[in-house]
Design a protein around this ligand. Structure first.
Ligand code: SF4
Length: 713
């Protein structure tokens, strides 16, 4: 742990929160400990384990059990005759994949998924191989999380990333946190919020759920807090809008900002287009509708607006609570509109801050992991490697599932992740994967996606982030990019869990050599020394000049964000204020409840480390649903009773059963429950407009009493 997030150490395989530079001694959080401990477990999944456990028997286990079985140690192939995984050597594994890929009548019948844990070097080689193979079918976990942030910001300011740095957190006068639970999902962010709160920065939270970390925080690295039990109050204002109510809140705040003429007129005049349309739309919004849709009173919204107006430098942070809705692009553009109206970008202490979930999800996108690459990127890639990349946009996650379901795609390859569990509409996704001729999972540990597989299936075990990566020219380091565009090195510090593990870059290189025998790309040379990969990255991707030299500086280097210089490379070359009406033509489902899927505190994405969620008062349970006490009374239910949840959609209902009711401080008519258990309720085609992100934070549901009766609380 003392080497985690340190200059000469490895990057935490958890979230993408940046590291302080210079590093403090303890540059990790509780969930970082869980992530590293999970990777560093001494448990090993040997061929004896797979001989003793059929796929059917493992499939009957829950995700907590699967995670707890230990590290994969050698490549495994699915044997349909015995329903067991059996050992296979690497050469045969690559030959099998190559044979299947080359047998396809079109490269577009293959899908290549990327999880956000994949390093920059592996991601760059992976996209290069896939494009040399001939497709842009590169769905990635961004499609499930911050895709809407990218779509919204690229249109408005010409760059899909946040523009703030950690230093801005030290200078902000106000920090607004929308739809995010940093206490569980980005714990070290609480350290920054605590420091800001202590110096008088106003912290304003919008979240339907009361989250302990945003209320008060005991800093584990503060002797006073730990010895005296003192804590810091984080949120100065904590608002609980109803699920999906953030757009209404933002329109309300904009209405007050505009009516009080609290605008940065000079900034708007010099840098922005679209002001009049936004004014007209905001002006026409009716307060009764704003209050109804937001679930907040006009007075509450006015309080938030006044804090925003009083602040000369404000940061807006947001997470999945904003991005996983039908109108998430509109909501994020309203967030950015508000920042632009008061010139809160390109100055210290101000700007947009979409907080990424996975340690290198932003880096993967920067490296070209994207189903709709820009022509400029493809031109540079083709020039550098002497081939003509495919131009046809590929499948995102939802389109990939539909393609596998229809048979349009028959080979699925996943670089990390847990596709079968992370995706919506669980049973449809499972059927789609099972329809494939071949599914391949590159993984460190056992997960659901190994058990939901194609006719042929392979498990390919890779090195963990904390493990040595020995290549032909010595020990190698990789790089990652955090939520604030800092690129830094990560080098393993311990022996691999098994002598048969390959690094992700080596897996890609050997796959390419097996599949593309005529490729002129020097795959072996590139993976012999990753500096060579970085030299290529530097020539293809802007911002990486002198990559190898700069990344060896302590803490690495910051990728430029044009917004920090008040440059906005949008279509007009200016920042775009884009109007969105409070309501559109789509009528909401009449279902009585809106459900949002969330993580427990003992989980990271679909990885379940434990069965507790102590800050929400849950012990030893996964199948729970958080509900307001008055809704319990209205339904004639009591906390502890079990219910079934049914989501209502145009193609019928989806149900999950046996969920324990937990009374919680959440708005009436709103519910929350954990994923992946409730991903089955999210219809595949229920997605964010223009972004395709599943609407996992807003599912129309109804409850029925469960045959499971009452579970002891
Ligand atoms: S905040 Fe995120 S990256 Fe940092 S130690 Fe915790 S889990 Fe790891």
């Amino acid at each position: 742990m003392l080497q985690t997030n340190q200059d000469r150490g490895f990057d935490c395989p958890g979230c993408a929160w940046p590291d302080r530079n210079p590093n403090s001694t303890f540059e990790f959080c509780e969930n970082g400990v869980k992530a590293v401990a999970a990777e560093a477990t001494a448990k090993r999944l040997t061929r004896d384990f797979f001989a003793a456990h059929s796929v059917a028997s493992m499939a009957a286990q829950d995700d907590f059990w699967l995670e707890a079985q230990g590290r994969l140690t050698e490549p495994m192939r699915y044997d349909s005759a015995s329903d067991h995984y059996i050992p296979i050597n690497w050469d045969d594994a690559f030959a099998l994949i190559a044979q299947q890929l080359r047998a396809l009548d079109s490269p577009d019948r293959a899908v290549f998924y990327t999880s956000g844990r994949t390093s920059n070097e592996a991601a760059f080689l992976y996209q290069l191989f896939i494009r040399e193979f001939g497709t842009n079918n590169l769905p990635d976990c961004s499609n499930l999380c911050h895709e809407a942030s990218g779509v919204a910001l690229i249109e408005q300011i010409g760059n899909g990333k946040g523009s703030v740095t950690l230093e801005d957190f030290e200078q902000a006068e106000a920090i607004f946190v929308f739809g995010q639970n940093p206490g569980t999902n980005h714990p070290r962010m609480l350290g920054e919020l605590r420091a800001a709160a202590k110096r008088g920065c106003r912290i304003v939270v919008f979240n339907p759920l009361r989250e302990r970390g945003l209320e008060r925080f005991v800093h584990p690295q503060s002797p006073a807090d730990m010895l005296l039990g003192t804590h810091t109050k984080i949120a100065t204002h904590y608002f609980q809008p109803r699920i999906g109510g953030d757009l209404a809140v933002l329109i309300g705040i904009a209405k007050i900002v505009i009516e009080r003429a609290a605008l940065d007129d000079a900034f708007i005049a010099q840098y922005c287009d679209g002001f009049d349309a936004v004014c007209a739309t905001v002006h026409s919004a009716d307060w009764r509708e704003i209050q109804c849709d937001s679930g907040l009173t006009q007075a509450e919204i006015a309080d938030a607006a006044q804090i925003y107006i009083d602040s000369k430098a404000t940061i807006f942070c947001w997470g999945m609570g904003i991005t996983q809705h039908r109108r998430s692009v509109a909501t994020i553009q309203m967030l950015m509109n508000l920042l632009l109206l008061r010139g809160n970008i390109g100055k210290p202490g101000a700007g947009p801050c979409p907080v990424r979930g996975h340690s290198n999800v932003q880096g993967d996108r920067t490296m070209g992991i994207c189903e709709k690459p820009t022509p400029t990127f493809l031109d540079r890639l083709g020039t550098e490697f002497g081939f003509d990349p495919p131009r046809q946009p590929g499948f995102d996650v939802v389109a990939a599932i539909e393609a596998m379901e229809s048979g349009a795609a028959g080979v699925f390859f996943a670089m990390g992740g847990n596709f079968a569990a992370a995706t919506p509409d669980t049973s449809r996704t499972a059927a789609a994967l099972r329809r494939c001729d071949l599914t391949v999972q590159v993984s460190t540990k056992l997960n659901r996606s190994h058990l939901v597989h194609g006719r042929e299936a392979l498990i390919m075990p890779c090195l963990g982030r904390s493990e040595f990566d020995e290549q032909a020219e010595g020990r190698q380091a990789v790089t990652v990019e955090d939520s604030m565009s800092m690129v830094h090195l990560s080098a393993g510090i311990r022996a691999p869990a098994s002598g048969q593990l390959l690094s992700e870059p080596m897996i890609v290189a050997r796959l390419a050599l097996a599949t593309l025998p005529t490729s002129t790309t020097p795959w072996r040379d590139l993976v012999a020394n990753y500096d060579r990969i970085r030299e290529r990255i530097a020539r293809v991707i802007p911002g990486f000049i002198d990559f190898n030299a700069r990344v060896r500086h302590p803490g690495g280097f910051h990728l430029p964000h044009p917004g920090r210089e008040r440059q906005f490379p949008s279509v007009s070359g200016r920042a775009l204020l884009i109007a969105h009406p409070l309501r559109d033509a789509v009528t909401d489902s009449a279902a009585p409840f809106r459900l949002m899927t969330v993580r427990s505190h003992d989980q990271y994405n679909t990885t379940v480390y434990g069965l507790d969620d102590r800050y929400r008062g849950v012990r030893g349970l996964r199948r729970v649903v958080f509900i307001h006490r008055d809704d319990l009374a209205l339904l004639g239910f009591a906390a502890g009773e079990c219910v079934d949840l049914h989501s209502c959609w145009h193609d019928g209902e989806r149900s999950v059963s046996g969920f324990t009711l937990v009374e919680y401080d959440i708005p009436r008519g709103n519910l929350a429950s954990y994923f992946p258990e409730t991903n089955a309720l999210v219809p595949l085609d229920s997605v964010a407009e223009r972004a395709g992100t599943p609407t996992s934070k807003s599912i129309a549901v109804r409850l029925t009493r469960s045959a499971a009766g009452t579970r002891p609380s």
